[in-house]
Design a protein around this ligand. Structure first.
Ligand code: GLA
Length: 739
């Protein structure tokens, strides 16, 4: 190396060291002002230690570069001095004490009856993108460790609280929340949330936020179909689907949960969420720590469309297990709607042959393969292969499926037990119950008390054996009812309410251990349809089942709501037979294009398909495989909502803007009424795209000669639709070309 090169190296080294030394960490403590700045990319989240030595919220929203702007003094409501400071000060994690009467983050009862809790800052620790703060009651050694993790790529902040009992006696936690989030002070906020029912999940509700408390919750022991733990808030009138400020969040918990949206008398909107405090009473033994579910929240200035895209990216990159968020989901066949419980080796092989010839990549046998399971009255709990239906076990079926080039998946419902089962006859005490009280059945089944460690071990071992002894690539993990009589007679009365937490912790434990032991195993979370979709289960499941309503027109609305919170990557959808359960018959291509908007499967009885059906299906599957990467991993733009008119359309764009796919559906034709052109989004204005079309007529795939148009034209003038009649559909694929 000559002198010049050496000198250059030295300069580079110095510059590099300088950059490393001065690169700002995403989590910073401004010592002089006692302020924590969380720099989440385009988002700033700021709070500080105030004069009372308590953690006070300062700022959450679009990134602010000037740290001098932040001070705890600014974030106090104007009229604060007229009220108890505990109620008007936006505390990061308020204990219930000193007169607090807004939603507390933590409420406890000490054994002597004392219920006053005032949490003061003790210390903090920064480790990369994670900040841990310790708070302590002003008098007693009850500690709270608050965790904040920043994800700069998406602007999401993850929070939870670990509550540690360092006293020498048990403490009852009446309410243990993960976080309180504060929005800029003022009125006029609008709340969006997702609610529904069995076979009608994911209905988007929008309503104004008024003074008082709006509670979104599940008291049912699981996530629930009634309400999903997701919220989005914006200022009505200031946003549209692609512009304006939206604050949003989602809980990562598959047990009973609660999110309250509260507008105080001082026009402060605050969101608190975590474990549902209904019947909670968690018994925290001396030395024990309870960690709350993670509460993830974010901000975007790109409207509600931007909210979904941020969440989709976050879920794919940070939540889904084993990097599955970047891998393509396989095309799946599921036997449920074709055979119901009537499964056997010959019947499944016949379906598998047909599925493989269409281009299916994974064959899943649903309910009915085990114990005495001929209908939904018996068998849950007896997880051995039914010898009449499969005299040689599952081996021959699985081998056949593998020879066809597909992998094999199986349905299980591990948390349940039918009273008509050998397991129940042997262990009636394993079912969730209160001693001496009736046991309420739902779908003829009871729940196992998985809070019990012996029951947890039993379930883990049969699952482990099943996956070890059979070449199973995928489990559809179902959960078809919710808690009733949540008793746990085997532990002292004071500890029995811990069932609400322990049950879900043990479900997670089984899934985690199973996945660790079988790293290639993939899992779908299903719960009587879409009852268990949340960021907790999604850490352990590659895909989810949004609804038992598989009818394509209904499904458009279900999928529309689903994608507000969750990525199309995990959104399973099957093409099924017509007339569907609601009596409607839509063309096969409409059904395929509807199902292609997420992770596609087929759930029809292939024995009944005509040669024409088979031709359409083959073409559709080839088409899907050519676009699934864009759909599953791209950016979603909603062009026309199925809830607002006769036409619905979605667009997906690859992250580098080089490809896009559009799906449009005409629900019914009104005589003489033309269709609006679709204004596309998210393209490169300067690029030229080649457009090819799947035109919605049976048997036709890419039809008319490709058309070339610029991104600018497509986004400002749009693309014309030639749809007619009822249930017509079309898909366009766009590819950037160089001209
Ligand atoms: C639930 C699921 C269905 C099917 C049945 C089997 O209802 O949502 O897809 O698996 O159970 O019993």
């Amino acid at each position: 190396m000559n002198v010049v090169s050496r000198a250059l190296c030295a300069v580079w080294f110095l510059m590099f060291s300088y950059l490393i030394a001065h690169a700002q960490s995403p989590v910073r403590f401004l010592e002089a002002k006692k302020i924590f700045v969380l720099d989440a990319g385009k988002v700033s989240y700021v709070f500080g230690i105030n004069e009372q030595n308590m953690l006070q919220h300062i700022y959450w929203g679009k990134h602010v570069w000037r740290e001098d702007d932040f001070t705890t003094a600014h974030s106090l409501p104007q009229w604060a001095s007229f009220d108890l400071s505990t109620t008007t000060t936006p505390y990061e994690y308020p204990g219930w004490g000193a007169g607090l009467f807004v939603e507390p983050s933590l409420k406890v009862t000490f054994p002597d009856g004392n219920r006053d809790l005032v949490l003061h800052y003790v210390d903090h620790h920064i480790d990369g993108n994670t900040l841990t703060l310790t708070l302590k009651d002003i008098q007693r050694p009850l500690l709270v460790h608050l965790h904040y993790t920043v994800f700069p790529q998406t602007g999401i902040v993850r929070r939870d609280a670990a509550i540690e009992n360092r006293t020498s006696t048990p403490i009852v936690l009446e309410s243990a929340q993960s976080a309180a989030w504060y929005l800029p002070q003022g009125e006029g906020y609008r709340l969006r949330y997702l609610s529904g029912r069995w076979a009608g999940e994911w209905q988007l509700t929008e309503e104004p936020v008024h003074s008082g408390v709006k509670v979104l919750e599940s008291r049912r022991g699981s996530t629930s179909v009634q309400t999903n733990p997701w919220f989005a808030l914006d200022r009505d009138g200031n946003t549209d689907s692609e512009h304006g400020s939206v604050w949003f969040g989602a809980l990562g918990w598959s047990g009973s949960w609660r999110i309250s949206i509260e507008q105080t008398a001082h026009q402060q909107v605050r969101v608190t969420g975590g474990f549902n405090s209904f019947d909670f009473g968690y018994h925290l033994a001396p030395g024990e720590t309870l960690t709350t579910p993670p509460f993830y929240a974010g901000y975007t200035d790109e409207g509600i469309g931007g909210t979904s895209r941020v969440l989709h990216e976050f879920e794919r990159t940070e939540i889904l297990p084993n990097g599955s968020g970047s891998r393509a989901r396989p095309v799946l066949y599921n036997s449920w709607e074709a055979t119901l419980f009537d499964v056997n080796e010959g019947g499944q092989i016949a379906l598998a042959d047909k599925a493989a010839s269409l281009g299916v990549e994974r064959f899943v046998m649903d309910d009915g393969w085990f114990g005495g399971r001929n209908n939904d009255h018996a068998g849950l709990g007896d997880w051995y292969v039914n010898p009449k239906k499969f005299p040689n076990g599952l081996g021959p079926l699985i081998r056949h499926i593998k020879q066809l080039g597909m992998d094999f998946g199986l349905w299980v419902e591990p948390e349940m037990i039918n009273p008509d089962s050998d397991l129940y006859r042997k262990h009636p005490d394993w079912a969730m119950h209160f001693e001496g009280r009736p046991r309420t059945e739902a779908r003829n089944q009871l729940m196992l008390n998985l809070a019990r460690d012996d029951v947890r071990e039993y379930v883990f071992h049969w699952l482990d054996e099943l996956v070890t002894n059979n070449d199973i690539a995928f489990l559809k993990w179902d959960y078809n009812r919710n808690f009733s009589e949540p008793g746990w007679p085997e532990v002292p009365p004071a500890q029995q309410k811990n069932i609400w937490v322990r049950f879900t912790q043990n479900v997670y434990d089984i899934l985690d251990r199973l996945r660790q032991k079988h790293p290639k195993l993939e899992i779908e979370s299903c719960s009587g349809g879409g009852g268990r979709v949340d960021l907790g289960i999604m850490r352990r499941a590659e895909q989810v089942w949004p609804s038992d309503d598989t009818e394509a027109l209904d499904r458009l609305t279900i999928q529309h709501g689903f994608t507000y919170a969750y990525t199309p990557h995990v959104m399973m959808d099957w093409v099924t037979d017509v007339p569907n359960f609601n009596g409607r018959s839509v063309p096969l291509q409409f059904r395929f294009l509807a199902a292609m908007q997420g992770s596609m499967g087929i759930g029809a009885n292939l024995n009944h398909w005509t040669p024409d059906d088979v031709t359409v299906a083959k073409q559709m599957i080839v088409y899907y495989k050519s676009i699934r990467e864009i759909v599953q991993n791209g950016l979603l733009y909603r062009l026309a909502s199925p809830t607002q008119g006769n036409l619905s359309a979605n667009q997906y764009v690859s992250s580098d803007k080089s490809q896009s796919v559009i799906f449009a559906f005409l629900h019914s034709q009104q005589f003489g009424r033309g269709l609006p052109s679709l204004l596309l989004r998210g393209l490169d204005e300067k690029a030229v795209y080649q457009i090819s079309q799947v035109d919605g007529k049976p048997g036709a795939n890419t039809s008319t000669a490709p058309l070339n148009l610029s991104g600018a034209y497509l986004m400002n003038y749009g693309i014309g639709l030639k749809l007619a009649g009822d249930y017509d559909s079309v898909s366009f694929k766009l590819e950037r070309i160089s001209e």
